[in-house]
Design a protein around this ligand. Structure first.
Ligand SMILES: *Cc1c(COP(=O)(O)O)cnc(C)c1O
Length: 221
């Protein structure tokens, strides 16, 4: 099977309202172009700014690029003109910088708040306390050029599906609490990005609205 067949197979097996981000990190641009030509899929995810920029320059303009990896403040300026969704916001400082670059580009940049839900310490993300602290900071409310569309999390890399499921439940609960307390009047706060190749079915069970699938589409990296 090629990437297009694998993507179509995944699509057939999940509800239509779930967004799929085809995670194209490490894949050469030609493979992305091929999937673009063979399907109507337009949402691709990258985890590194330099790689994202190079691909954005080469590939068609109607691709929606999502940044899914840790973002350093000094690199925001490179992606601010075009990025469709920054899924990996993990500090107020970063959000302030995204807002600043969004203003320069005369746009509003959609973002997700990344939560640390895994047990492996290499992962990034907010705790619930940190997010609450940020949302109650007056500085946050001055950021008119960022739009918080929901939350994102990366589960622990494990075969233990109970562990994975419990991490996704935590993210879902965090989303619900934030929605009620801070975003009740913001319909755009509607997304939970969780689930990758090995755990997207569990994630969808637990309320995911965006799955990020790399190897399940493009094959092993
Ligand atoms: C690489 C990556 C993915 C996709 O991983 P696969 O296991 O290849 O599906 C999803 N989310 C993030 C944040 C990633 O870095």
């Amino acid at each position: 099977m090629n990437a297009a067949d694998r993507l179509n197979e995944i699509k057939r097996n999940i509800p239509e309202n779930i967004k799929i981000v085809a995670v194209s990190k490490t894949q050469p641009p030609e493979r992305i172009a091929q999937l673009y030509r063979q399907t109507e899929h337009r949402i691709f995810g990258e985890n590194r700014v330099q790689e994202l920029n190079a691909k954005h320059t080469l590939l068609p303009n109607d691709i929606e690029w999502h940044l899914i990896g840790h973002l350093q403040t000094n690199k925001v300026k490179y992606i601010a003109p075009y990025v469709s969704l920054i899924q990996s916001v993990d500090s107020l400082k970063l959000l302030v910088e995204i807002n600043k670059e969004a203003i320069k580009n005369n746009r509003v940049i959609p973002c997700l708040l990344q939560f640390y839900i895994a047990t492996d310490e290499t992962k990034y993300g907010f705790s619930m306390d940190e997010v609450v602290q940020m949302l109650e900071n007056p500085l946050f409310h001055e950021l008119k050029n960022v739009e918080i569309n929901g939350v994102m999390g990366v589960g622990t890399l494990t075969e233990d599906t109970k562990q994975t499921r419990s991490e996704f439940k935590i993210l879902y609960n965090n989303f619900t609490q934030l929605k009620i307390k801070y975003f009740a009047d913001k319909p755009v706060f509607s997304h939970i990005s969780m689930g990758m190749t090995n755990d997207y079915q569990i994630a969808i069970d637990e309320g995911s609205t965006i799955v990020r699938i790399g190897s399940g589409i493009f094959g092993a990296r």
